[in-house]
Design a protein around this ligand. Sequence first.
Ligand code: UTP
Length: 225
Amino acid sequence: MRIVITLGGSVIIRDHNPQLFQDYAQVFKDINKENDLFVVVGGGKTARDYISIARGVGASEALCDDVGIDVTRLNARLLCIALGNKAYPRIPQNFHQAQEFATSGKIVVMGGTEPAHSTDAVGSILAEFVGADLLINATSVDGLYDKDPKKYQDAKLFPEVTPSKVLECLSGNEVKAGTYEFLDHTAIQIIKRSGIKTIILNGENPENIKRALNERIGTLIISED
Ligand code: UTP
């Protein structure tokens, strides 16, 4: 299988713990034994901190996004280093490069590409671009809920949803640099148009990512047709 994984910055860069990078690297190496693998890494709190400083010194929203992209690429570099010779040693700046680097047979790790979206959008565009069979969104919640599980105790997890239902859940969210919700509109629109099988799961435990290949965990997004 050809798999694209988006790894939230809030998942991998929490605590600035090198061991976490090693743990994810091990899981990705295992998955790569039988699958082509692309990993898109998010910016997390580090990106939000830098964006906030950039905004404070007068950067436009697009420029703030650009600063966020730099941080995602830095996180991607750290994961790339942790993967050693299993990863292609350069971070692609765009989708053409990602596809080109994948011909090496190595794991391709990247961050953001262009302003005005999140690394989740990058993951879905990449999945479409390289013809992935599966997109996994490893985030800090167990899947898609009908409301914010951090605020509401009675929030319910959807085991399976259509892209339209996800869009409905996302409507009304603010779109400012550093504040995209875990699947932004661009990401879900791409998933909808290309029908990519997508799993949203809790990536705080790296093993969950491997589990998703053999069992049903998190929320599965499947096309309506
Ligand atoms: P993230 O994708 O990490 O956003 O990119 P996030 O929603 O904060 O996700 P977590 O916390 O990592 O899970 C960080 C910021 O970088 C910019 C955006 O401003 C985003 O909020 N960015 C990232 C882009 O503008 N374009 C990209 O392709 C990627």
